[in-house]
Design a protein around this ligand. Structure first.
Ligand code: GLU
Length: 506
């Protein structure tokens, strides 16, 4: 079995595209087949620099490495369509010879005129089809000599497929069953453009044939093109080797209405791209899962479950389990709602399962990004302490930055609500008693604080939030005693004493 992921390098890869790559990969691995990366870059006008490198890097980050592709090479190289242009012409010629395609010379203005004419007469906008083609400038309406002369004179032309007027076209889809479309609903799509490049349809079918693709697994947005592709196989005499089709359901907005877009991600605070992307023209940055602290295993896991589920009840699957269980017949026909809470839960499980050394190293790396060169041993201890508070890797720094730098003074209003004439004395008592401790470890610290509270008949809520704010500048975090132990006696006392510098409202 040979499958391909065939993105066009027109920008960053949407996670819908990543899921397509993943399903192709799982299918290939499950059946001992071949996973191919083919770059479909024949549309020069949509080419975006850096997009192909982005795709390759994203697949690498996720561990979905192709067996054949532009960097891997393979028996059907090259794997970039722009380097294969010499291969496509023969397919168009064959269709011209058998009368299933024709030359068309219409200019932009003439095409626009047709659109307007059709609009005025209330017909479906703009279709160049089995009816309208006879009123246009093409090799079906012009004499043979004139066609030859125009071509000889270098007049620009395109090659269009000649769609039959009224014929049933059947697409067998492994997910949706048989879909029957009447050819009258299709138009005479351009197969070859005036710049001498094939369009997506021709290049895609030609390459699937040349690369001996057995299964075309792709997004639902390509379903409307499938009847045209079926006709191309038929007219090229390749029906026997036509691949099987599987069109994957759309990934929907969390609310379920409409396709998930970058705007939804921005609105709800999650990336829709695997890696961060900087638009080369506008410079605009789009967030990526990798940079936002997601683990590739988690992204694979939650994407796999968007539209496919092997068994009820289980949500965590490693890549090798996914390979084992993957089955096209369990892919749903209906769109899959993106479930942010579930995705976050899945990431959390993978983050929690990381070895402490890995978290420690990651924290050191994040500290460096904030200009701090921290001791690896210390990072390890901090990471272990905040670990249970992490969902994303990027939470590491958020949850622990105060172990690396001193907090500023607290919010005056917050303080006002907590301060009373005895507070300063209470804090001083803590400072004295803690500085008398010989062993400055969590339970000694905890005992000391409890003792002070008991002696003064105070509730923990009177003291602990104040201590926490003095130590960390935040209201939540690991236990106060654990935090003090980790900061060490000297640093703890220093931070507690800073209350004396506060401008305390009375
Ligand atoms: N180049 C198309 C895309 O960008 C590929 C569609 C297909 O897999 O046939 O998605």
């Amino acid at each position: 079995m040979r499958v391909r992921f065939a993105p066009s390098p027109t920008g960053p890869l949407h996670i819908g595209g990543v899921r397509t790559a993943l399903y192709n990969y799982l299918f290939a691995r499950k059946h001992g087949g071949t996973f191919i990366l083919r770059i479909e870059d024949t549309d020069q006008s949509r080419f975006v620099p850096g997009a192909e490198e982005y795709i390759q890097e994203a697949l690498q980050w996720l561990g979905l490495l192709p067996d054949e592709g532009p960097t891997q090479g393979g028996p059907h190289a090259p794997y970039r369509q722009s380097e294969r242009t010499h291969l496509y012409r023969q397919f168009a010629e064959k269709l011209l010879d058998s009368g299933h395609a024709y030359y068309a010379f219409d200019t932009e203005e003439e095409l626009e005129d047709m659109r307007l004419r059709l609009q005025k007469s209330g017909q479906k906008a703009g279709a160049y089809n089995s009816i309208t083609r006879y009123s246009m400038k093409n090799s079906l309406t012009l004499s043979r000599d004139e066609v030859q002369a125009r071509i000889r004179n270098g007049e620009p032309y395109v090659i269009r497929i000649k769609i039959p007027r009224n014929e049933e076209v059947r697409v067998n889809d492994l997910i949706r069953g048989t879909i029957v479309v009447n050819s009258s609903t299709l138009d005479d799509k351009v197969l070859f453009k005036s710049d001498g490049m094939p369009t997506y349809h021709l290049a895609n079918v030609a390459d699937d044939y040349l690369m001996q693709i057995t299964h075309v697994i792709r997004g639902e947005e390509w379903l409307p093109s499938a009847p045209l592709h079926v006709l191309l196989y038929k007219y090229l005499g390749l029906e026997e080797v036509m691949p099987q089709f599987a069109h994957l359901p759309l990934i929907l907005k969390p609310e379920g209405n409409g396709k998930l877009s970058k705007r939804d991600g921005d609105r709800l605070g999650f990336p829709v791209f695997p890696l961060q992307w900087r638009d080369p023209e506008s410079g605009e940055i789009s967030a990526g899962y990798r940079e936002s602290g997601w683990l590739p295993e988690a992204v694979i896991n939650f994407l796999a479950l968007l539209g496919w589920h092997p068994t009820e009840g289980k949500e965590l699957f490693s890549l090798s389990e996914l390979i084992d269980l993957f089955d096209l017949s369990r892919i749903s026909k209906s769109g899959a709602k993106f479930d942010l809470e579930k995705a976050r839960w899945i990431n959390r499980q993978y983050v929690q399962a990381l070895p402490p050394e890995v978290l420690g190293r990651e924290l050191c790396r994040q500290a460096v990004n904030h200009g701090i060169n921290a001791d690896p041993q210390y990072c390890h201890r901090v990471a272990s302490l905040v670990k249970e508070r992490l969902t994303l890797l990027s939470d590491l720094w958020k949850e622990s930055h105060f172990f690396f730098s001193r907090p500023g003074p607290p919010d005056a209003q917050w303080l006002q609500g907590r301060w009373n004439p005895e507070t300063a004395a209470l804090l001083d008592a803590c400072i004295d008693r803690l500085s008398a401790l010989e062993l400055f470890e969590s339970h000694q610290i905890e005992d000391t604080i409890s003792q002070i509270l008991r002696e003064k008949s105070l509730k923990p809520a009177v003291l602990l939030p104040l201590l926490r704010v003095l130590l960390t500048g935040t209201m939540t975090g690991p236990s106060v005693a654990d935090s003090m132990a980790l900061l060490g006696k000297e640093e703890t006392l220093h931070r507690l004493r800073t209350y004396r510098l506060w401008n305390i409202p009375v």
